[in-house]
Design a protein around this ligand. Structure first.
Ligand code: CAP
Ligand code: MG
Length: 431
């Protein structure tokens, strides 16, 4: 009988990836009645050149474009993809291959894209972040401590004026940044342009009063041409940052905005809303670490990484792997979680720790992230018994205490705002 399929031709356990191959690590579970080899052959095939059956015409040179399964370890598989498969500098095309049809194959019960090791020859077509962590520290005149920010809460509903007033209190309490929430863009009750105008005045006032640099992550997420218009408006009003919901906006649009913002000198705060729809199930979808890697490659300044102790899912190991991916110039392979990555000339990006934080959790967050991170404490300042400004102060005191190596309880003896925060929340971990 004639051979029906050729999935087995995508497997070669003797193959050694070349320095130009792009290597992907997947977790997989075959569907019932499918062997492991049948499953992994299908992953490599459908994500590169294959189809479900043998073909009448297959020019021999096309063999060179086939992905190759070269290692299976339990339920983990490594696949090598020849560089020529991938259009230079086109992350959407890459995702259509390695994160495309394969997720829907009947032969697989579960499939998770864990990590990708990009060869230098692929990376060189990307610019990465415009600033890097050091340049941001210089820009904000914050040399050592974590950068700090807060979202006015409730997350949407304030008028532009109310929003700006809360922002002012946040800055006056010592925070560097005020942040829009992911679902606030330009609404009937809080117009983007109005918000920017009002916040600009209060930023200038706060900078004058405190002598510090103050900025905001104002959400420009919209259709790409509209995002450009909003970015222009921010730059015209002296802002140094903008914010984009990068997952919902999509890689191509983030790419366009990376270059556009770079010309304006604007840093990009990347919110990851919607990530949990495909990274939460540990057996299926893709990891946040890979999303963070793509976003660093494209060139955001910072992206949310989780907290491990706050209100949202994500354990310490996961949070750390995201932080390493964003900050290091060389990442060592680690278990079945992280592949080797040499970032070459691509600059670093800050991990952002956010979601259910308050002063009592600051030492835990800094224990995990160290100082090179952005800490967002929102509910945890606006819920302070004495209000937003006191809440921000309490958080700054918690950061100081942690950097000085003393306990929060010790610091609270002479810092009433921290004492009040501890009285309300202690070291509570939100559920
Ligand atoms: C935090 C936040 C952020 C989440 C996103 C919120 O507010 O603004 O969007 O942290 O999660 O709306 O919940 P709180 P992540 O500080 O009041 O919790 O950073 O994990 O993507
Ligand atoms: Mg939010």
């Amino acid at each position: 009988m004639a051979k029906i399929d050729w999935y087995d031709e995508f497997i070669d356990f003797n193959y050694k990836p070349s320095k130009d191959d792009l290597v992907v690590l997947f977790y997989f579970e075959p569907a019932e009645g499918i062997t492991k080899n049948e499953a992994v052959g299908r992953i490599a095939s459908e994500s590169s050149t294959g189809t479900w059956t043998t073909l009448f015409t297959l020019p021999p040179r096309m063999k060179k474009l086939m992905a190759i399964v070269f290692e299976v370890n339990g339920n983990f598989v490594k696949v090598a993809y020849p560089l020529d498969l991938w259009e230079p500098g086109n992350p959407a095309q890459l995702l259509s291959g390695i994160a495309g049809n394969i997720f829907g194959m009947k032969a697989l019960k579960n499939l998770r894209l864990v990590d990708v090791s990009f060869p230098k020859s692929y990376i060189k077509h990307f610019k990465g972040p415009h600033h890097g962590m050091q340049a941001i520290r210089k820009m904000m005149k914050v040399s050592k401590r974590p950068l700090t920010g807060a979202v006015p809460k409730p997350k949407i509903g304030f008028s532009a004026k109310e929003h700006a007033d809360i922002g002012f209190e946040t800055w006056m309490g010592g925070f560097d940044f005020v942040k829009d929430d992911e679902n606030l863009t330009s609404t009937s009750f809080n117009d983007f342009f109005e918000r920017v105008r009002l916040m600009t005045k209060l930023r200038e006032k706060a900078e004058k009063l405190t002598g510090d640099k103050k900025d905001a992550y104002i959400n420009i997420t919209a259709e790409t041409e509209e995002m450009k218009r909003r970015a222009d408006f921010l730059a015209d009003h002296g802002w140094r940052y903008c914010m984009i919901d990068v997952v919902v906006a999509g890689t191509s649009s983030v790419q366009t905005m990376r270059d556009y913002c770079s010309d304006l000198g604007l840093a990009i705060h990347a919110h990851r809303a919607m990530h949990a729809s495909f990274d939460r199930n540990p057996k299926h979808g893709m990891t946040m670490q890979f999303v963070a890697k793509m976003m660093r490659l494209i060139g955001v300044t910072q992206i949310h990484a989780g907290t491990a102790v706050g209100k949202l899912v994500g354990n310490k190991e996961e949070v750390l792997s995201i932080a390493d991916t964003l900050r290091k110039s060389y990442v060592k392979p680690y278990k079945n979680l992280v592949l080797e990555q040499d970032w070459g000339n691509i600059k670093s990006a800050f991990p952002v720790s956010s979601g259910g934080l308050h002063p009592g959790l600051v030492p835990n967050v800094m224990d995990i992230f160290g100082n090179d991170c952005v800490i967002l404490v929102s509910g945890g300042i606006h819920g302070h018994p004495k209000g937003t400004r006191a809440g921000a102060k309490a958080t700054m005191q918690a950061i100081e205490a942690t950097m000085d190596g003393i306990t929060l309880e010790e610091k609270a003896k002479k810092n009433v705002e921290l004492a009040q925060a501890l009285e309300k929340w202690g070291h509570y971990r939100p559920k």
